[in-house]
Design a protein around this ligand. Structure first.
Ligand code: RIB
Length: 356
């Protein structure tokens, strides 16, 4: 019995030697061909006659041969993979973006390593280090700080880095993003045009550029409506989560009715869903007592108990475009960096209406 704290690998039981891995030489001997022919089947199959290729593949199956990807990488100098370092794996926005990346990578026969920084700089840097060591074809990243010098350092050492959902001010990288100032303005203007004269902006640390820009847009809409900025109540939160949305509902419900906003722009759908959920719990009617606008238009937005009005981000397109830019930078000697910015759109549903 293993002592507590000792770890035994599957093949390391006493009395049983770890099975020797099958080599290219073993495959060649079994198939009755040269080692070079086996190497061609692995790396340049179009150069091998179909019958010979079938013999080699049969030998690989019979022996349980598994190609040594790290050896291939060493020879080729690059892995056949790209990586996406997302900010928050608990947020469907990022998994939708990752799906777009995978759709494009798959067409280029590239694997995708999905990493989650969890909005933790030390974790993000550890991933950048490890991915550089793995010699991936390129790194797509939604960075905590788009001006982080490590991004430029990795790119300068030959690994293409594409910013996703953030723009690159110094054009040292390709980037794809959505105009978040316009998105915030769209959301707030929708409420103001419905007749709401006191609105809230809910959620997100100001350290996130996406949040800062959406708030800037909401402020711009209030100014354009000729209202003083004190008609916009800002409720910041440490994270963009459902729990923070629920907490914001408690704060809003605690305000005297005369000071309580009748509409809320949320920094993203996760916060909006939490706000909606807690309003229902507290007996605040949505939209009659509080109209709510989310941001991202993730699939859960339309499926909410009161379908959410939300600012739609083209998540799949963000991922596909970012992957296209990365593959071009990794393969095209004449590549030129591009900053692609998409325009968000407002999807109106049942969570917003004129104030009661
Ligand atoms: O990561 C926070 C938010 O920024 C996401 O919900 C999405 O809106 C992204 O742009």
């Amino acid at each position: 019995m293993a002592q507590p704290g000792t770890a035994r690998g599957a093949g390391s039981r006493p009395g049983r030697a770890r099975p020797r891995s099958v080599s290219v030489k073993d495959v060649a001997a079994t198939a009755g061909v040269s080692i070079g022919t086996v190497s061609n089947v692995l790396n340049r199959p179009d150069r091998v006659a179909a019958g010979t290729r079938a013999k080699v593949e049969a030998a690989m199956t019979e022996l349980g041969f598994v190609r040594n990807e790290s050896a291939r990488q060493l020879r080729a100098g690059r892995s056949s993979a790209v990586a996406y370092v997302m900010l928050d794996a608990t947020n469907p926005f990022f998994t939708d973006v990752a799906r777009g990346i995978e759709l494009t990578a798959e067409k280029a026969d590239l694997s995708v390593f999905i990493c989650n920084s969890g909005n933790r700089p030390e974790r993000e840097h550890a991933y950048l280090d490890r991915l550089e060591q793995q010699r991936v074809q390129g790194i797509l990243i939604t960075p905590i700080d788009p001006a982080d010098p490590m991004l430029a350092e990795v790119a300068a050492r030959g690994i293409p880095v594409v910013l996703v959902d953030r723009t690159s001010d110094v054009a040292r990288h390709c980037s794809v993003a959505v105009d978040d100032v316009s998105g915030g303005e769209l959301a707030a203007r929708h409420l103001l045009e419905l007749g709401h004269e006191r609105i809230a902006f809910v959620g997100g640390p100001a350290s996130l550029g996406q949040v800062r820009e959406r708030l800037d847009g909401a402020r711009r809409a209030v100014a354009s409506a000729g209202l003083p900025q004190d008609r916009l109540t800002v409720l910041v939160s440490a994270e963009l989560t459902v729990a923070e949305g629920r907490h914001a509902a408690q704060l809003l419900a605690g305000l005297p009715a005369s000071q309580r906003p009748t509409g809320a722009v949320c920094a993203n759908d996760m916060v909006a869903l939490g706000l909606l959920q807690q309003c229902v719990t507290l007996g605040l009617r949505v939209p009659d007592d509080l109209a709510i606008v989310g941001y991202d238009d993730i699939d859960f937005a339309a499926a909410a108990t009161v379908p959410l009005t939300s600012v739609r981000q083209p998540r799949l397109q963000l991922g596909e475009t970012a992957a296209d830019l990365l593959i071009d930078e990794a393969s095209n000697p004449d590549h030129q960096h591009r900053q692609v910015v998409f325009t968000p759109e407002l999807v109106v549903r049942g969570s917003t209406r004129r104030p009661a």
